[in-house]
Design a protein around this ligand. Sequence first.
Ligand SMILES: [Zn+2]
Length: 204
Amino acid sequence: MKIFTILSVLAIIIYGCASGKQIQERKHIPFSNDLNIITPAEWGGSAITDSLPVHEISKITIHHGGVYFSPDSDAVAYIRELQSWSRNNKHWIDIPYHYMIDFEGKIYEARPIRFPGDTNTSYDPRGHALICVIGNFEKQHVNDKQLNSLSRLIARLMKKYHVPLNEVKTHRDYAETLCPGKNLYRYFQNGSIQKRIKDVLSNK
Ligand SMILES: [Zn+2]
């Protein structure tokens, strides 16, 4: 009986350690080969018909949508509308950003990355890979799925285009704007996005 009790206690301890390890492993953010980026053909975007002089990526710059977005809204409809607004109202070649991230952390390819983005503010977007997290982060809070996808996408782009971490910044670091909103900007200020990116890069 006593031996049985000791064995049970040992089993619990071993099991406890094992599950502790599992939880720890799950914290590692996998590298970005499995990002499943949704292409314009998949989200129903219309093909690009115009072009701009191509550019080479040397920076990665983060934006927010700037419009309150209810987490249960249809992100695909939002992105399609953004595409027609960009073309019809702004006369840009496409959505001003190269990638969009929704509240589920899904990543959508927007403007082809070989073309520079567009902006209503005063910085020159040539050389910047532009990522937009959907939502208004002056008012809303960014969730963990979004932060995860953002870090993984940034890591993938850094590796592909040889962009150093100190060239990963936000819109407000270049122009007079609140973008990407204080509730997203704070993760850049306190270094937690940079830490996530380093974690992704070290787990490739
Ligand atoms: Zn912006």
